[in-house]
Design a protein around this ligand. Structure first.
Ligand code: KG4
Length: 333
């Protein structure tokens, strides 16, 4: 069975061809980073217009690289939500139109399911159940995954997502978009205990996150330093900020794993490309006798392969998509 996966939820136009559940034949992506970088964040109108220009060549490139044509495709899997509505509409309408003219069934996929399953694109696969921390520009959530299609939400952000906090702090420090990789690169030369930034644990039992106070603490620190004419220790600020985020993400994930007596932990989403998060989660898992599975960085960030995989599993359990379906901005998982 060949699945064509299409992803346009935010600012990456991506497509992939997957054979059966996990043999990836191609995965291509057109990044819009250069377009949005001068605005310091994603401009939704520009994102959707750029998807419109990229979608046809990207899908054709994915088919060509896989050595197949549309005639060989059995299923079209496309991100239905969550994300930017204008961006989602480009991929979703394109997939529906393609399905209509070719008679290939399509399935709408929740983007979070893609991140939750991305780790199965690797050779080393986890067993169910597992606790998954999904951290990206739009979400910071902890899930209990019971099967390829059954996920329970245990905790989520109450305000900024982890990636959003990285991007906003990068912007106020004058670093370019997307901020996560820039902050983590600067942090390498910094001292992570130089500045005591707050950790929002909320209540002791809570698995929810809140990062807006941390972002404000970084802003206040920068303003105070500027008022006192003290040069900004950029690397120390980045390292201390990153450590504050990583601490909370790791400890709440471990709390979820302990509470549900789960031995396997999985990471997903763009922020899980962060080397310090991977390293810290790995060492905490080792201490607590748990096994950590993390996709390679290109499967952590948005991609079409994870959408194809999630679509493959959805399609085994549910009827094909219908043409009156619409996109949605908030995750339904
Ligand atoms: O999953 P993803 O590709 O897509 C969206 O959420 O749209 O995640 C992108 C997010 C951005 O906020 C980016 O700054 C963050 O992931 N990110 C990182 C790193 N690489 C990407 N954050 C921290 N450290 C990184 N190395």
């Amino acid at each position: 069975m060949l699945t064509l996966g299409i992803e346009t939820s935010c600012d990456d136009t991506a497509a992939a061809v997957l054979r059966d559940s996990d043999t990836l034949l191609s995965s291509v992506l057109s990044s819009q980073d250069q377009i949005h970088t001068r605005f310091g964040g994603v401009v939704p109108e520009l994102a959707s217009r750029t998807h419109l220009e990229s979608i046809v060549p990207i899908v054709h490139e994915a088919l060509d690289l896989a050595g197949v044509t549309l005639k060989d495709i059995d299923l079209i899997a496309v991100t239905q939500g969550p994300g930017l509505i204008g961006s989602l509409l480009v991929g979703f309408c394109y997939a529906k139109a393609l399905s209509y003219v070719t008679r290939i069934p399509f399935v709408g996929v929740d983007h979070m399911a893609g991140h939750l399953l991305a780790v199965f694109l690797e050779d080393d696969k986890p067993e169910f159940p597992y606790i998954a921390l999904i951290v990206s520009g739009g979400t910071s959530s902890i899930y209990l995954a019971q099967s390829h299609t059954s996920f329970s939400l245990l905790g989520r952000t109450r305000d900024d997502a982890a990636g959003e906090a990285f991007d906003k702090v990068a912007k106020l420090l004058g670093l370019s978009y997307p901020g996560g990789p820039r902050v983590s690169a600067e942090a390498r030369a910094g001292n992570s205990s130089a500045i005591k930034f707050p950790r929002a644990w909320l209540t002791e039992e809570s698995l929810d996150f809140s990062f807006s106070g941390l972002k404000t603490a970084v802003l206040n620190h920068c303003n105070q330093s500027r008022q006192m004419d003290i040069p900004l220790p950029l690397a120390d600020i980045c390292a201390s900020f990153q450590e504050a985020i990583v601490d909370v993400l790791v400890e709440k994930t471990m709390l979820a794993a302990r509470r549900h007596t789960i031995q396997t932990v999985v990471l997903g989403g763009g922020v899980s490309a962060n080397p310090r998060l991977r390293e810290s989660m790995f060492s905490r898992c080792q201490q607590e006798g748990k096994t950590l599975f993390v996709p390679r960085p290109s499967f952590c960030t948005d991609n079409g392969a994870m959408i194809a995989m999630a679509g493959f599993y959805y399609s085994r359990e549910s009827a094909p998509g219908s043409y009156d379906q619409d996109v949605y901005s908030r995750s339904q998982l």
